[in-house]
Design a protein around this ligand. Structure first.
Ligand code: ATP
Ligand code: MG
Length: 337
């Protein structure tokens, strides 16, 4: 079956005062119908630039250029005319951001905006479009949606603006949803409600989802598979059920260990990956993670590892993955004995 989205060797370059930087460097992946793909990685690893590049949302920045392909329904989004691209965005592909005001227009009511999306893409008459808009608002947990629908974005609290934007993005029932930290700013109950709505549309309409988050708990809950990004590249990709049981990249292991634990000594348990993400103007020549990696040796510092296939759907970019896997198997074995 053809994937919904097929991203191949995507590179995004910015031209800055300090010279050219490549914020996304050779990223390839696919999303099939009904799949929820999680993207994780520390701040600055290129998650947002990658997802925005796919829809060319950075085009307003004059100093950007892309390489590679992002095929959607067989058409390369990176090469479409702005008009064609606009028609795909917001109908077949929706995107939701952490900042709702990038999507909501201050001069129209929330209802006007959601109804327009519904009328345009589903051809519903005005009354039905309004009813559907109210239903969408209510599904995202907005109280009194029949009243809120006639308000302007500035009349809503930040959390409600966020929910209105999510309602708008989901109202057109897109084939693909790109969600960039959509619920980080919301309290846990609302977050759970919105995740449920995304999963429901994913199941009902087989909507594919690219879900960017810092929260590995959310990944475990809703994602089918995970891509771990570091300094503009994917360093490990694996099915979600292997994320906690068999992570092989030292970076993935570090991310997992840095999840705050609710049980017992939260702070003492908190392991933060040492060091910081290197600057894009100073990318290590070998493995990009070598400057922070407890396993790094001369080979790691000098030669870039390739993506290796560990098992079906599990790939990792590390010179030491085999040794790491062997050690884990030995310690599992010792524990069982
Ligand atoms: N317009 C730009 N010009 C130059 N560099 C940029 C530009 N936009 C982003 N970058 C750089 O690209 C890199 C990736 O940024 P990005 O916002 O994608 O990170 P992220 O993984 O989404 O982080 P976060 O988790 O904080 O959202 C960063 O080093 C950032 O400074
Ligand atoms: Mg981001």
């Amino acid at each position: 079956m053809n994937p919904l989205l097929d991203v191949c060797q995507l590179r995004t370059h910015f031209y800055t005062e300090r010279g050219q930087v490549t914020a996304v460097d050779g990223v390839s992946f696919t999303i099939s119908k009904g799949e929820i793909v999680g993207i994780v990685g520390e701040s600055g690893c290129g998650k947002s630039v990658m997802s925005q590049s796919i829809l060319r949302l950075l085009d307003h920045t004059e100093d950007v250029s892309y390489e590679g392909e992002a095929l959607f329904d067989g058409e390369d989004l990176l090469k479409l005319t702005p008009k064609k691209l606009r028609s795909i965005r917001g109908s077949n592909i929706s995107i939701i951001f952490q900042d709702p005001l990038t999507s909501l227009n201050p001069v129209y009511t929330v209802g006007d905006q959601i109804e327009e999306v519904i009328r345009l893409h589903q051809g519903l008459p005005p009354k039905e479009a309004r009813n559907k808009a109210i239903r969408m608002l209510s599904l995202t947990g907005i109280p009194s949606p029949e009243r809120r629908i006639d308000e302007y974005p500035h009349q809503l609290s930040g959390g409600m603006q966020q929910r209105a934007m999510i309602a708008m993005a989901l109202a057109c029932e897109p084939k693909l949803l790109i969600a960039d930290e959509p619920t980080t700013a919301l309290d846990v109950t609302i977050q759970a409600q919105i995740l449920e709505l995304i999963v429901e549309l994913n199941e009902k309409l087989e909507m594919g989802v690219l879900f960017i988050t810092h929260d590995l708990g959310v990944v475990a809950e809703i994602c089918t598979s995970v891509k771990v990004m570091y300094l503009g590249q994917i360093v490990e990709e694996l099915p979600t059920d292997l994320l906690f049981s068999n992570p092989l990249h030292p970076y993935t292991q570090g991310l997992i260990r840095s999840i705050p634990r609710i049980d017992g000594n939260r702070h003492e348990d908190l392991h933060v990956i040492e060091g910081t993400v290197p600057s894009l103007t100073d990318i290590p020549i070998g493995c990009r993670f070598a400057t922070r990696c407890p396993f790094a040796d001369d080979q790691c510092r000098q030669v870039e590892p390739q993506m290796e296939t560990v098992s079906e759907n599990h790939r990792v970019k590390c010179w030491h993955y085999d040794e790491i896997r062997r050690r884990r198997e030995e310690s599992d074995h010792a524990e069982r004995a």
